[in-house]
Design a protein around this ligand. Structure first.
Ligand code: KE4
Length: 432
């Protein structure tokens, strides 16, 4: 039995103080470990595939600050580029060439992107893209999917995933019915339900927004034909198709899930990786739609720190690193080894489990499955997940503190890291 009292004493002290200062002691709910129990560890530093907490304990990290650390934490080339950029100042609030450079890289990479607007978070990107969908079509309703999470803006907090699902919140107080009455929902992977919503709301639906590979209800892949069906349905009803690739962008493939699956949406949101760990979000797509965004057009959206030179610099260097040949083959190899290994260990130790991976994104549910949507995900054994999470954490493996999140690997993870992770998982699951 690992002695958890002294092992994480400093974390306990710091987190206790934090709870008097910030709601739940955190600045984002999922970090509070509410659904897995126990206290969070307090980070001191990160490097490559590893975390060190304030007590000096080292962990292999499969959260990667929720996706941005795809090249490994604190990559030396990113840090070096930031040091150079810092000498020129931290914020301009005016055009900079770095914005052009990152915009050109994003437009060149993402099939749907003809123009792009940078913002400061995925939430901002999704808020803006929803306003743009409505401005372009003149329609108010949208379709989202149960368990998908598109940031914390009011109109998306309907059957949302991620922290909302983690905390089991029915949705959120403070969100007026008048705002969510235009948000229609359907089960992920259910084309018939989407067809029915279009039939029930003729000429009223601005578009469909989804995570093309769900990461906020746990890892849920699209079933064959689902994405193609949504593309056809939105074309048929003159509605827009929007891929929220805040998580999947530059992770599922360099061009995101839209490149991987060969489906081009009308608009795309991005975040996480394009900021290389600094605050960046983006939305973009067809030029005729993006031309509506102020000051080119009438749809207003703005931000003091949007296009921040430090964030642009970190994003540029991160995407440069990802352009190296073999990047996504290696991510897929190392993550497949991990995901397949975890499922094998669960089987060997008598625990029903299902899951999978695509490139550097993976997930596992403690249920025989299959898991095709949020309702399926909710049937998994959440108590078992919590015990597994705690057991892995105490043995130096840092997994996302919620069943309703995805796991992330990086180019810094080695075969030895995966082998150690699978050995620890076998130890933990054998004792459960
Ligand atoms: P942010 O506002 O957190 O940058 O992005 C919101 C968002 C939008 N769309 C998708 C598909 C997302 O995954 C996210 C944010 N992801 C969560 C992790 N599931 C962020 C972690 C957190 O909330 O602390």
């Amino acid at each position: 039995m690992v002695n958890t009292t002294t092992r994480t004493a400093k974390s306990a002290e710091i987190f206790a103080a934090a709870q008097n200062l910030m709601p739940g002691g955190v600045n984002s709910p999922v970090r509070a470990f509410k659904s897995v129990g126990g206290q969070p560890i307090v980070f001191d530093r990160v490097q490559g595939a590893y975390i060190w907490d304030v007590d000096g304990n080292q962990y292999i990290d499969y959260v990667g600050t929720w996706g941005p650390a795809i090249c490994g934490h604190a990559h030396p080339e990113v840090i070096k580029a930031l040091h150079t950029a810092l000498e020129k100042g931290t914020s301009f609030g005016a055009p900079s060439v770095q914005e052009n450079i990152l915009a050109e890289m994003v437009i060149a990479a993402v099939p749907s992107m003809e123009m792009v607007r940078f913002v400061n978070s995925g939430t901002e990107a999704c808020m803006a893209v929803l306003r743009l969908m409505r401005a372009f079509t003149g329609r108010d309703k949208i379709i989202k999917f149960e368990g998908c999470y598109h940031g914390h803006a009011d109109m998306f907090l309907v059957k949302a995933g991620s922290g909302v699902a983690t905390l089991g919140l029915p949705d959120s107080p403070g969100v007026p019915k008048s705002v969510t009455s235009n948000t229609l929902t359907a089960p992920f992977n259910d084309l018939e339900a989407v067809k029915a919503l279009f039939a029930e709301n003729p000429n009223a639906i601005a578009g469909v927004i989804l995570e093309p590979v769900v990461g906020n209800a746990g890892f849920i892949a699209p079933t064959p034909g689902f994405l193609e069906g949504l593309r056809e349905l939105t074309h048929e009803h003159r509605a827009l198709l929007v891929f929220d690739e805040v998580m999947t962008g530059f992770r599922i493939a360099y061009g995101g899930a839209q490149e991987k699956f060969g489906i081009t949406p009308d608009l795309t949101t991005l975040g996480k990786i394009i900021g290389g760990g600094l605050p960046v979000g983006a939305y973009g797509g067809r030029r005729d739609i993006m031309s509506m965004v102020a000051p080119a057009g009438p749809m207003y959206q703005a931000g003091t720190l949007s296009g921040n030179p430090l964030a642009m610099t970190a994003g540029i260097k991160t995407l440069e690193l990802l352009q190296k040949p073999g990047t996504y083959e290696e991510l897929d190899r190392i993550t497949k080894k991990l995901a397949d290994g975890l499922l094998q260990v669960a089987k060997d130790t008598g625990h029903a489990a299902c899951g999978g991976q695509i490139s550097g994104m993976f997930g596992m549910f403690f249920t025989a499955g299959p898991v095709h949507n949020y309702e399926d995900a909710k049937t998994s054994d959440l108590t078992k997940f919590s015990r597994f999470h705690r057991g892995m954490l105490e043995r130096g493996i840092y997994l996302a503190p919620s069943q309703f999140e995805a796991g992330f690997t990086s180019l810094a993870h080695t075969d030895a890291d995966i082998d150690k992770t699978l050995t620890v998982a076998r130890d933990v699951l054998s004792s459960m």
